[in-house]
Design a protein around this ligand. Structure first.
Ligand code: ATP
Ligand code: MG
Length: 319
């Protein structure tokens, strides 16, 4: 199927999932353009996996609708399943099978012919850099290899859309980087990628993002748009002694928009850059020794913490 131009490949309209009286996904609307990388972000329990499971035809929505790869998820979940790839939050590989046996098993699930399977295996082994591991037991592979094999198994049938639910959890930075190179490669070939992650550096790699909180979409846009438009004022990166205690001192100032701990620094959001001296005086006056106070370009983390603070932090862990 081609000729879709820039038509959305995923379109979700007021999608809701309730478990008993609990609403896990609450009227979620968004669309994803063909060939783009779409990031779904949110704290634990925000509803990301539930949303994905509806979009791939595994879970029936309570209300609302969605079309994925041209099919209605409620009316035609079987066609949806055939046209998407899915890498679940816990990789569903068989540890006691070899790499090639896993590929063969999943190829069989997708109904590939022997010839298709042979080609798919070669393509996936090359894509994942697993040619030398072909006959190794999957359980013996490193986390990074397993992750790339799981991705390979999710795209054996060359789906138009692939859903990756926290694919990089628990793997090292080099493996994460390699994995993202594969994601870029897939998108460049026209595959649409929806990915969830807790790593905000990875969110920066996405063309477009949605932030979920308690089942709802609370922010959306490209990383640049979000950083430019969502945050009122200026973020001052502030170096000072005892940052955790300094945070409490700043909290009382009526001009403060927000202050958070960023590693060993504070990120102090103020109406504009001219508040730098005030931040310095307030902290020095309370006995802290203050180093650099510098306006910085806000990070996605600044934006998301601020958006979630507006909505009520709930159980969201602090950076
Ligand atoms: N089958 C179910 N029955 C009841 N509640 C459920 C079910 N599945 C998920 N939930 C609840 O729905 C909420 C959203 O869960 P979900 O797994 O979608 O969150 P998530 O954003 O993927 O979180 P994480 O980042 O931890 O993976 C949670 O409160 C979860 O306990
Ligand atoms: Mg999840």
């Amino acid at each position: 199927m081609s000729g879709n131009g820039r038509r959305p490949v995923i379109e979700s309209a007021a999608l809701v999932k309730r478990f008993g009286s609990f609403t896990a996904v609450d009227r979620v609307d968004f669309s994803v353009e063909a060939g783009s990388i779409f990031g779904l972000l949110g704290a634990n329990g925000a509803g990301k996996s539930t949303l994905i499971r509806m979009l791939i035809g595994l879970l029936t929505p309570t209300s609302g609708s969605a079309r994925v790869a041209g099919f209605d998820i409620a009316a035609d979940p079987e066609s949806v399943k055939r046209n998407v790839g899915y890498m679940s939050q816990r990789f569903s590989l068989y540890e006691d099978l070899s790499v090639a046996e896993n590929i063969n098993f999943f190829g069989g699930v997708y109904g590939l012919s022997a010839l298709e399977l042979k080609r798919a295996e070669a393509r996936v082994l090359a894509l994942a850099g697993l040619e030398k591991e072909r006959n190794r037991l999957t359980g013996e592979l490193s986390g990074g290899f397993k992750q790339r094999l799981a991705l390979g198994c999710a795209i054996l049938h060359t789906p138009r859309v692939v859903f990756l639910d926290e694919p990089t959890g628990g793997v090292d930075p080099v493996s994460r980087r390699l994995f993202w190179e594969i994601i870029y490669g897939l998108a460049a070939q026209g595959t649409t990628v929806l990915v969830t992650t807790h790593y905000l550096d990875e969110a920066e790699y996405c063309d477009s993002l949605v932030l979920m909180h308690s089942g709802r979409v609370v922010a959306r846009g490209s990383p640049t748009e979000l950083k430019r438009s969502r945050l009122e004022g200026t973020v001052l990166e502030t170096e000072c002694s005892e940052p955790a205690a300094a945070l409490k001192t700043l909290a009382g100032a009526d001009w403060l928009l927000e202050a958070t701990l960023f590693g060993t620094y504070l990120h102090v959001r103020v109406p504009d850059e001219s508040y730098g001296p005030k931040v310095r005086e307030t902290l020095s006056g309370a006995g802290f020794s203050v180093g650099r106070v510098e306006a910085i370009q806000p990070t996605l983390e600044d934006v998301f913490i601020s958006v979630i603070d507006e909505k009520g932090r709930g159980d969201v862990p602090r950076a």
